[in-house]
Design a protein around this ligand. Sequence first.
Ligand SMILES: [Zn+2]
Length: 73
Amino acid sequence: MEIIIKCPVCNASNNLNENEKICRRCKNDLSLLFLVKLFSYKYRIIFAQLLLSDNIEEAKENLQKATDLCKEI
Ligand SMILES: [Zn+2]
């Protein structure tokens, strides 16, 4: 899975994946940011699945988790 992450050090936009988690410009390690955003996507997928099965309250909780994880990225 490829995820776009803006480097907090040099502001470069990076397309990161499981094998490439280093900023293309300044070479900083962005693996923790990658992991946080990956979990946010995971919660979004769970949110959609719960919504489709009419499990609204649990869906809302997962959407909130996804939102909280990506506030700072
Ligand atoms: Zn950078």
